[in-house]
Design a protein around this ligand. Structure first.
Ligand code: ADP
Length: 318
């Protein structure tokens, strides 16, 4: 049975073949498996971790492609459901000339949004050690209730709960709703991972320590802020760490945050297996774990796409 379970959206990113244009003007698109919780599961599977994915895709060619992609990366897909009444979510993406990304989403609704609380298997969750979720499945019903149900089961069975809010403002009704809903779920997690923009959005400060403290006041034991090429910032009640990034020639940062989180959870799982609770992991050991997570993130930026760029065990241990 999986030791780490990731729940949420698996979708297809159609990435514009040409950069510097809006989606509207893109001449063609390349298909890539995506969705942050699915990327995280694939990253763990590629590292040889027993990992399972919980979610829903359409019973259509793209849904089957996602299932095959996850399975071929070593992810247990027994809880990836196929929905007949809705299609796999699609996101068309292009990089504009100002460096910002332009998106067009096909989710009206998509299969991932229809994951139902009754479809969450308590026994499946109860056998794992770590549960991971994001905020996109919290945007609308019934996937919101399904996500909350899974967190409830994870908590009941003493799993460590990891949360990557992975803010996508254009999917929410408005910014206030996004912030309110994410704030409500912070107390349910032990580990929260955000990037700098998400930290500022959720805490009204760009100060890493102040912002992390505000997040921890909501309940999480550990907060990790990723800082792009500059690495990451960690804090818990014992102290804080700034861990420098790994220098690479970055080509495409898609999936870097997911690879980072996967490597961190992989090593934290080892700690849990050795009987160390989250707050017992020595800070110096945590520094090593975050250094490895930075390396995983950095490697992911050196190739196009998310899943194909994820590091292998050999690359990480090299
Ligand atoms: P997100 O992709 O979630 O916005 P970041 O951009 O902060 O998150 O990236 C996540 C992690 O990936 C960083 O903490 C870092 O370890 C690594 N990373 C991202 N961009 C680079 C880069 N240009 N060079 C080296 N490492 C990077």
């Amino acid at each position: 049975m999986p030791q780490i379970i990731s729940l949420g959206e698996a979708l297809i990113d159609f990435v514009s073949l040409q950069t510097g244009v809006e989606v509207k003007d893109a001449p063609g698109f390349l298909r890539a498996a995506g969705g942050a919780p699915a990327n995280l599961a694939a990253a763990l599977g590629k590292l040889g971790v027993d990992v399972g994915f919980v979610g829903k895709v359409g019973d259509d060619p793209f849904g089957h492609f996602l299932q095959e992609t996850l399975a071929s990366n070593g992810v247990d897909t027994s809880q990836l459901l196929f929905e007949k009444s809705a299609r796999t979510a699609l996101a068309f993406v292009s990089l504009r000339s100002d460096g910002e990304r332009s998106f067009s989403f096909y989710r009206h609704p998509s299969a991932d949004m229809l994951l139902n609380p009754k479809e969450i298997d308590e026994n499946y969750l109860g056998s794992a050690r770590i549960f991971h979720f994001g905020s996109i499945s919290l945007i609308s019903e019934p996937s919101r209730s399904a996500t909350l149900k899974a967190i409830e089961y994870a908590t009941r069975h003493d799993l460590v709960v990891s949360y990557d809010p992975n803010l996508r403002l254009n999917l929410w009704e408005n910014a206030e709703q996004a912030r309110r809903e994410i704030e409500k779920t912070l107390p349910l997690a032990h580990i929260v991972k955000v990037n700098e923009e998400e930290l500022a959005f959720l805490t009204d400060t760009e100060d890493l320590l102040e912002g992390s403290n505000r997040l921890r006041q909501a309940g999480p034991l550990m907060v990790v802020v990723t800082l792009g090429k500059d690495g990451c910032f960690f804090s818990d009640k014992r102290g804080r760490l700034k861990v420098d990034g790994v220098k690479v020639e970055a080509i495409d940062t898609t999936g870097a945050g997911d690879a980072f989180a996967a490597a961190m959870l992989w090593k934290l799982l080892d700690c849990l297996r050795e009987g160390e609770g989250l707050e017992q992991v020595p800070l110096e050991k945590m520094r090593g774990i975050l250094g490895l997570a930075n390396k995983a993130g950095a490697i992911t930026t050196t190739r196009k796409g998310a899943i194909p760029a994820l590091p292998t065990l050999t690359q990480l241990e090299d």
